[in-house]
Write a protein that binds this ligand. Structure first.
Ligand code: BTN
Length: 254
């Protein structure tokens, strides 16, 4: 039985034993006017989507495949920071429930010992200067055995159960995620993004590391020194500070 401690998040729950993508369903519900805090969860996704047109491995009963609908009173320009906000809330929930010491890789992957345990895909709809909705999709590898990952990601992915050395309750984790995400969201609404960006810096595993940046038209290496007020990653290179707002970075092994 689920006893939610969040007030807004999870006030309407759409549960599926199987679905294409919870993000697609959440966008459909959001377009049709569902209330803020509506969530979509599924035991399995057939066509789970990742960033940069990748897929997301979503086997039945082994993860939390979750999408949350927000209607933030922010400018569309702040939407990218919603992803950082989600990463902070989810990472805090994960660490308090599992004690595994996971950290955030810019912008929003959650890693344990260099392997990915959570991916976040944020999608937005905006008109003029206002956000209509933001869907925050979270894929959390909870009880996946290491040998069950597909070969393409076997070396780079892991699960919280592997990290903790025990099975993790998805209900407890989901409850904690909704509570932490709600509190992070309330902080942003009350005080802006600065406190959340400060928390992000604390939980980051990217800052202070040598990173490789692979953009569409550029590829370079440098030292990740900070994020700025927009959530962009600042990288010190021989040519000065480079700013990366979107893209893929990988942390170079020391
Ligand atoms: C990434 O790291 O590339 C983001 C992965 C996001 C996966 C989640 S699972 C729930 C939601 N529904 C989807 O189709 N994708 C997100």
């Amino acid at each position: 039985k689920v006893h939610l401690t969040s007030v807004v998040l999870g006030q309407e729950i759409h549960y599926f034993s199987e679905i294409g993508s919870t993000n697609n369903e959440a966008k459909k519900l959001a377009t049709n006017g569902c209330p803020e805090g509506t969530i979509v969860v599924a035991e399995a996704q057939i066509t789970g989507r990742g960033r940069l047109a990748r897929g997301w491995f979503s086997p039945p009963g082994k993860g939390i495949w979750l999408s949350v609908v927000l209607r933030p009173p922010f400018s569309p320009m702040d939407a990218a920071k919603c992803t950082l906000m989600a990463a902070v809330g989810v990472n805090r929930a994960i660490n308090s429930v599992t004690g595994t010491g996971c950290g955030i890789k810019w912008p929003n992957d959650i890693l344990w010992q260099g392997r990915k345990v959570v991916g976040i895909l944020t999608e937005m709809s905006a008109e003029m200067d206002a956000i209509n909705y933001v869907v925050i999709g979270m894929g959390i590898n909870v009880n996946i055995d290491q040998q069950d990952f597909p070969s393409e990601i076997a070396a780079t992915a892991t699960s919280l159960a592997v990290a903790a050395g025990r099975r993790i309750s998805r209900v407890k984790l989901l409850t904690a995620i909704l509570a932490e995400l709600e509190s992070t969201y309330n902080t942003v609404k009350a005080s802006g993004f600065a406190p959340v960006l400060a928390d992000w810096r604390q939980q980051s595993i990217t800052l202070g590391q040598q990173v490789d940046v692979r953009g569409v038209e550029r590829h370079f290496t440098g030292l990740a020194v900070d994020i700025d007020a927009d959530g962009a990653l600042l990288i010190k290179t021989p040519n000065g500070i480079e700013r990366v707002l979107a893209g893929d970075v990988s942390i170079r092994p020391a």
